[in-house]
Design a binder for this molecule. Structure first.
Ligand code: 5AD
Ligand code: SF4
Length: 435
C-alpha cells in the first residue's frame, strides 16, 4: 500500500483543499500518513499571501531534498503552485508535480504520472470542477467541516496576491453546497459547518445571495453551529446580520477585516470603504446582535503609512475592542498594484515596532474581555483530548475561544456541545468546569 503525506500551509481554504486531495487519493487506494519517513508521496499545499510563507515552502523543499532526494515523490499544490507554475517545476528539478489551486481534482493523475516517471504540471482555471459536490473530502477525526461556497476574488486589494493565485470569483451551485452539508451532518456526524470564501458576501448563484444561502444551510436538520469566513466590509449587509439574528444556530461571530484605520491608507489599499463606513457596520452589528464576537485583520507598514495613519489604526483597535485580531507587517507581493505606488516604503524597524504596539494593546484588550467571561456558562463544542493533560478536554465557544476543562467521561464527549462554566483565563485561552 502506498502512503502519502499532505503538509498544509496558510488559510482554511487550503485546509479544505488538502482534505479534498486526501479524499481523492484514499478513494484511489492510497493511505494517508502523518509520518514523512513512511510516506512515499509528500505533497506541500502552499500559501503565498506573504513573502515569509513562500520562504518557508522553499526551505521545506530544501530539507526534503536533502533527506529524501530521489527516494520519494514530491509535489507542490496551492497558491505558490498557481503563482509560479512551470517556473517552479523548472527551478526545482527534484519536484515531480505542480498543481494550481483549481487543479486539486487532478491529484491522483499527477501522482500516477509521477509514479511512471513523468513530471506533471497543471495550473489552469478549471472553473466547472468546483461545481461538483465534495462528499469524499477526508474529514475523519474532525468536529468541524469546512465547506467552500465561493472560490477566488475579484476585489484586487492593491497588496493582495489572492486574485492572482485563486483566480476570479466563482460561486458554487447552491444544491452542491447543500448536498455537501447533508453528507457532513448525516454521514460524517459533524455538526459544525464553516462556510468558506475569500469574500463570502459576493456569493451569487443565479440570484441566490449569501444571506439566502446562509438561511438555507441553517435550516438543514443537524446543523448545530454555522460559521462563515471571510467578509469584505464593503459587501457586509444589514440583511445578513438580520439572518444571523433570526437563527440561533448561526454563530454571532463575525470576522470583518479592516486592514487600516486610516482613510488615506484604505484608499491606497483599494478597500472601497472609509473608516466611518466600516465603523457604522460595527455599530449596526452591535445594535442587532447584542451578544457578538468580532475579529479583524490589520496590516501595518503599508507604503506611505505615517505615524498618524498608524495612530488612526490604533484608535479603532482601542475603541472597537475586538475579541480576536490577526495582524501582519506589509509584505510586497509580485504582480500586485501596491508595488507601483510612489509612496516610500516604511522602514522594517518602524513596521516591527508598530506591529508589536498593536499586538501588545490587543493582548490587554483580549485579557480584559476574557476576565469578563469568568463565572459565566458557555456552550463549548468539544474538539479533542487536551494535548497537555489527558484528563482535560479542549473545545471552542461560539466566539472561537479555546476552552480547556476537566471531564471524567473524556473522549465520548468529542463532537458534542456541552456547557462549561469559565473559572480562569489567560490572554490565549479559557479554563472551566463541565456543568
Ligand atoms: N502583506 C501583509 N498582509 C497581507 N494580507 C494579505 N496580503 C498581505 C500582504 N501583502 C493579510 C490581510 C488579509 C489576511 C488574510 O492577510 O490582512 O486579510
Ligand atoms: Fe485579498 Fe482583498 Fe480579495 Fe481579501 S478581498 S482576498 S484582501 S484581494
Amino acid at each position: 500500500m502506498i502512503k502519502f503525506k499532505i503538509e498544509t500551509w496558510g488559510c482554511q481554504m487550503n485546509e479544505y483543499d488538502s482534505q479534498k486531495m486526501a479524499g481523492i487519493l484514499k478513494k484511489a487506494g492510497y493511505i494517508e500518513t502523518q509520518s514523512e519517513k513512511d510516506a512515499e508521496i509528500i505533497i506541500l499545499n502552499t500559501c503565498s499571501v506573504r513573502e515569509k510563507a513562500v520562504h518557508k515552502i522553499h526551505s521545506r523543499l530544501g530539507v526534503l531534498k536533502k533527506r529524501f532526494k530521489g527516494e520519494k515523490i514530491l509535489g507542490v499544490c496551492g497558491c505558490v503552485a498557481s503563482q509560479e507554475g512551470r517556473a517552479l517545476l523548472e527551478k526545482v528539478p527534484y519536484l515531480q508535480f505542480v498543481l494550481g489551486t483549481r487543479s486539486t481534482h487532478l491529484i491522483s493523475k499527477a501522482v500516477e504520472q509521477a509514479q511512471n516517471g513523468m513530471r506533471f504540471l497543471d495550473a489552469d482555471d478549471h472553473e466547472s470542477e468546483m461545481d461538483h459536490p465534495v462528499t469524499f473530502a477526508e474529514r475523519s477525526g474532525q468536529t468541524k467541516a469546512y465547506i467552500s461556497i465561493i472560490e477566488g476574488c475579484d476585489n484586487f486589494c492593491t497588496y493582495c496576491v489572492v486574485p492572482y493565485t485563486r483566480g476570479r470569483e466563482h460561486s458554487r451551485p447552491l444544491q452542491t453546497i447543500l448536498d455537501e452539508v447533508r453528507d457532513v451532518v448525516q454521514n460524517k456526524n459533524i455538526h459544525e459547518i464553516e462556510l468558506l470564501g475569500q469574500n463570502v458576501n459576493s456569493y451569487n448563484y443565479r440570484g441566490t445571495r449569501f444571506p439566502d444561502l446562509l438561511e438555507a444551510v441553517s435550516a438543514e436538520p443537524g446543523v448545530q453551529r454555522l460559521r462563515f469566513l471571510t467578509s469584505h466590509p464593503k459587501d457586509f449587509s444589514e440583511r445578513l446580520v438580520r439572518v444571523i439574528a433570526a437563527n440561533s444556530n448561526i454563530c454571532r461571530t463575525i470576522h470583518l477585516p479592516m486592514q487600516s484605520g486610516s482613510d488615506v491608507i484604505l484608499r491606497k489599499m483599494g478597500r472601497k470603504y472609509t473608516r466611518a463606513e466600516y465603523l457604522e457596520k460595527i455599530e449596526m452589528i452591535r445594535e442587532i446582535l447584542p451578544e457578538n464576537w468580532l475579529s479583524s485583520d490589520f496590516i501595518v507598514g503599508f507604503p506611505g503609512e505615517s505615524e498618524k495613519d498608524f495612530m488612526e489604526t490604533m484608535d479603532v483597535i482601542r475603541s472597537v475592542k475586538y475579541d480576536n485580531l490577526f495582524s501582519f507587517k506589509y509584505s510586497p507581493r509580485p504582480g500586485t498594484a501596491a508595488l507601483k505606488l510612489k509612496e516610500p516604503a516604511v522602514l522594517n524597524s518602524a513596521a516591527s515596532r508598530r506591529l508589536s504596539i498593536l499586538q501588545h494593546t490587543q493582548e490587554q484588550i483580549q485579557l480584559n474581555k476574557h476576565l469578563r467571561m469568568i463565572n459565566r456558562i458557555f456552550p463549548v463544542l468539544v474538539e479533542s483530548v487536551s494535548k497537555k493533560n489527558p484528563d482535560f478536554l479542549t473545545g471552542r465557544t461560539e466566539g472561537n475561544h479555546v476552552v480547556h476543562f476537566k471531564a471524567g467521561r473524556g473522549a465520548q464527549l468529542i463532537g458534542r456541545i456541552v456547557n462549561v462554566e469559565i473559572k480562569s483565563v489567560t490572554m490565549a485561552s479559557l479554563k472551566g468546569v463541565l456543568i
